[in-house]
Ligand binder design. Structure first.
Ligand code: PLP
Length: 493
């Protein structure tokens, strides 16, 4: 299996090279040149297998550079004791044809763990296989959840350092506490004055500056990315779509070969894209419903074919979806047309004018497989309350956005296909807004995690308890232009 850049199909590399470098030199993203196929018989076999096995078999199709033994070893380390549930990605059914795929039982209580417990293993092995001897500095821009998951995944991993930039006023209190209290000898956390797009652009700047790369290299370091532009982060996510399908079959929600819908709370388009790859591999999927919050650029794109960043940026109760430039969309567009010149054209327009319009043909292809919808904070909170009162099921703000969008989609289309909502974070990670939705109060100085526990009688995940009592280790904040200085300061002082 070879990997190619979305901007130049002649630029082919190995899986380990794609993972080791993250971004292609031409600015494109690496995608597999073909997809392994899964059959009804494979699915039948996966039904009785555990999550680790489902991962190993999925991952094996994407590279022959990792032996089955290596992949088993990785699965054991990434999806073992560090998860609070025996199945790292359990499916919770709430009615006849609706279920939630809970992806937040890992150490940082958000779905990013599914990929970021695995990425450090894939990355360090890839570097070794590529003959790389420099140390890696993993630089991350985060809207809240990626940062903590990367810190936890890379903490004290030999030969790596990890530096996380988060928007100063764009993350929840629990998210911030999780990051600034991070333990480990090779970690650094820094706030950026601005929003997530500022932090992301700053990190992109760091990556695309050849002078800075040379400076680091002379000191024995190379840069790498843990953002979802890295193939090594995307690939592990494909497995949980296949796993969810098997579990839906096992619970009797769907029959053999029956198609399902997936509704995904979307930001950078990584999660939903992994599902689309699973579909292209042969998983029986009817539609993907792409759910956004008030930053509804993707809803508009799906409905009009125009991706237009010239719009206000809103800070919402679902901060991990407060994103205007969804990096992984480029991979979908390439997957749909297979024409790197067309993709380069769109991405150039995006860079110069902040807007691009896809061809009519492309728009129709997208509409065959994707629907889009969005919901504001008011409806998000209303949905949290409704799910809790009617179904006794507690969701976080991101998951609630998706459920609401699914309900709207069903009402508008009469599509009664069984649907799985991807549940991307523990409700306790966003306890202020979740408590507020339920009419509770967290503003009286009490630990907000414990307040939500008392209000609902639900047990908070262990990693989120006692955070407010921990002493912050990282209090720095910088302007976007000073992010490179922050990196060199951390590495060399
Ligand atoms: C990152 C994140 C998302 C968005 O996922 P993408 O892969 O960026 O589309 C949604 N919900 C939560 C809780 C997240 O952490």
């Amino acid at each position: 299996m070879k990997y190619i850049s979305t901007r130049d199909a002649k630029n082919t590399v190995s899986a380990t090279y794609a993972i080791a470098t993250g971004l292609a030199r031409d600015g494109g993203l690496f995608v597999p040149s073909g997809l392994p196929q899964i059959t009804a018989r494979d699915i039948d076999r996966f039904r009785t297998a555990d999550y680790k096995r489902r991962f190993i078999e999925t991952a094996a199709g994407f590279s022959d550079e990792f032996s089955e033994y290596e992949l088993s070893d990785f699965a054991e380390k990434a999806y073992g004791e560090n998860f609070a549930s025996t199945n790292p990605a359990p499916v919770r059914r709430i009615d006849e044809n609706t279920a939630f795929l809970e992806l937040w039982h890992g150490p940082t209580c958000a779905f990013k763990d599914m990929a970021l417990q695995m990425l450090p293993l894939l990355l360090t092995a890839s570097l070794k296989k590529c003959g790389e001897t420099r140390k890696v500095c993993v630089a991350v821009a985060t809207s809240g959840d990626t940062g903590k998951a990367a810190l936890e995944g890379f903490r004290d991993v030999d030969g790596t350092s990890v530096i996380v930039f988060y928007p100063r006023d764009g993350v929840s209190e629990v998210q911030k506490l999780q990051m600034v209290t991070q333990e480990g000898e090779n970690v650094f956390v820094c706030a950026v004055n601005g929003n997530f797009d500022d932090a992301q652009r700053g990190v992109k700047d760091i990556f695309s500056d050849p002078v800075f790369a040379k400076f680091l290299s002379e000191k024995g370091y190379m840069l790498s990315s843990a953002n979802s532009i890295n193939w090594g982060r995307l690939m592990p996510q494909i497995a949980y779509y296949i796993s969810a399908y098997c579990d839906c079959m096992n619970s009797g929600m769907i029959g053999p070969g029956e198609k399902i819908n997936f509704c995904v709370p979307t930001g950078n388009f990584g999660n939903i894209l992994a599902g689309w790859y699973a579909k292209r591999m042969g998983l029986p999927v009817n539609r993907f419903i792409c759910a956004s919050n008030r930053n509804n650029i993707l809803t508009d794109f799906i409905n009009t074919g125009i991706y237009d960043v010239n719009r206000p940026f809103y800070t919402t109760a679902s901060p991990s979806m407060d994103i205007l430039v969804s990096g992984n969309l480029e991979r979908l567009l390439y997957g749909l047309c297979g024409d790197s010149a067309e993709i380069s054209g769109y991405m150039n327009d995006l860079k110069q004018k902040g807007v691009y319009k896809v061809s009519q043909e492309m728009k129709e292809t997208i509409n065959n497989e994707f629907s889009g919808g969005f919901c504001d904070d008011f409806d998000t909170k209303h949905t949290i309350a409704e799910l809790w009162e009617k179904n006794g099921y507690l969701t976080d703000t991101h998951t609630a956005v998706a459920y609401r969008v699914l309900e709207d989609y069903r009402a508008n289309t009469n599509d009664s296909t069984a649907a799985v909502v991807l549940s991307t974070a523990s409700p306790f990670k966003f306890c202020e807004d979740v408590s507020d939705a339920l009419g509770g109060n967290t503003g009286n100085g009490e630990d907000p995690v414990e307040a939500l526990a008392a209000l609902t009688g639900q047990k908070p995940p262990a990693p989120l308890r006692g955070l407010s009592k921990k002493k912050p280790r990282f209090t720095d904040h910088v302007d976007k232009k000073d992010m490179k200085n922050a990196v060199s300061g951390f590495l060399f002082q």
